[in-house]
Design a protein around this ligand. Structure first.
Ligand SMILES: Nc1ncnc2c1ncn2[C@@H]1O[C@H](COP(=O)(O)OP(=O)(O)OP(=O)(O)O)[C@@H](O)[C@H]1O
Length: 263
């Protein structure tokens, strides 16, 4: 079904290992982040085994026999033609679609048996359409929405200061500090993307799944996004980025996977 990677990405991850062994002056690709070998562990964080999925009422499968594994701290880009099933896979991983039994494993546990709240606490998900993610009236509240949900805070209860600091920092770096009271729906397309990513990165998680996170962003927006991703990765998070952005695919990942459309 899947899997392999473009030479640049493979060279980059091997380059990092060679650099770690002292055989190269530095990691290939100019990334300032630690080599993959120092960030990732061998035990799979996430495993998908021969996963198939057909939407109710559809005669064609959206996924047929897809397998992949992701290690803790690993940065993986998922590529594939339109309709290959990338978003479907992301939604299944996030528990947004009914999870088939014994096909998806989170830290060794069958994801079909894990409650969605547990997955939401450990996996952050950035929607392909930011509007599907937005749930608050202002940029500031949107950025803190997942924190409130995670901590079970009522409307009048204050968000702990460390999360507010983190939200301010993420919004400042995303260039949204002047728009804290704006409606998320009134932001530009690129600003919406950055807000939806920042709002997920406020909470530390083990895995972030990001669906087309740079679509509609300009060069600067894409650079900001990359920096934020690298920072999460340095902090130990794994990233699964679904994209058609070849520049992102050539810069961010330790590994790329390619999903093909079921025939
Ligand atoms: N809610 C739905 N009901 C029925 N079929 C759906 C639904 N959502 C997606 N599909 C179908 O499932 C298949 C995979 O769609 P999906 O959105 O996962 O592809 P993708 O790889 O993310 O595509 P793209 O690159 O265009 O975003 C497509 O044939 C699509 O028409």
């Amino acid at each position: 079904m899947l899997l392999d990677g473009p030479p640049e990405a493979l060279l980059r991850s091997h380059g990092a290992q060679l650099a770690a062994l002292g055989l190269l002056p530095s990691a290939q690709g100019g990334s300032a982040s630690a080599p993959a070998s120092q960030r990732t562990s061998r035990a799979p964080l996430l495993e998908v085994k021969e996963l198939s999925f057909t939407y109710p009422g559809s005669s064609r499968p959206a996924l047929a026999g897809t397998s992949l594994a992701l290690a803790a701290g690993e940065r993986v880009v998922l590529l594939g033609e339109n309709g290959a099933g990338k978003t479907t896979l992301g939604k299944l991983l996030m528990g947004l679609l009914p999870v088939p039994r014994r096909r998806m494993f989170w830290q060794g546990a069958d994801m079909a048996k894990l409650p969605v709240w547990r997955l939401a606490a450990e996996i952050g998900y950035v929607f392909q359409q930011p509007e599907h993610q937005f749930a608050a009236a202002t940029v500031w509240e949107e950025c803190l929405y997942s924190v409130r949900a995670f901590l079970g805070l009522r409307r009048q209860e204050e968000v702990p200061a460390e999360y507010e600091r983190r939200a301010h920092e993420l919004l400042r770096r995303s260039g949204l500090q002047e728009k804290l009271q704006a409606s998320p729906y009134l932001l530009s397309g690129g600003e919406k993307r950055l807000l939806s990513t920042a709002a997920q990165f406020v909470l530390p998680r083990k895995l972030y799944i990001l669906d087309e996170p740079t679509a509609g962003t300009d060069y600067k927006g894409a650079e900001i996004f990359l920096e934020l991703c690298r920072e999460q990765s340095e902090a130990g998070a794994a990233l699964l980025v679904i994209t058609h952005d070849s520049e992102l695919a050539g810069t961010l990942p330790d590994r790329t996977l390619r999903l093909t459309k079921p025939r």
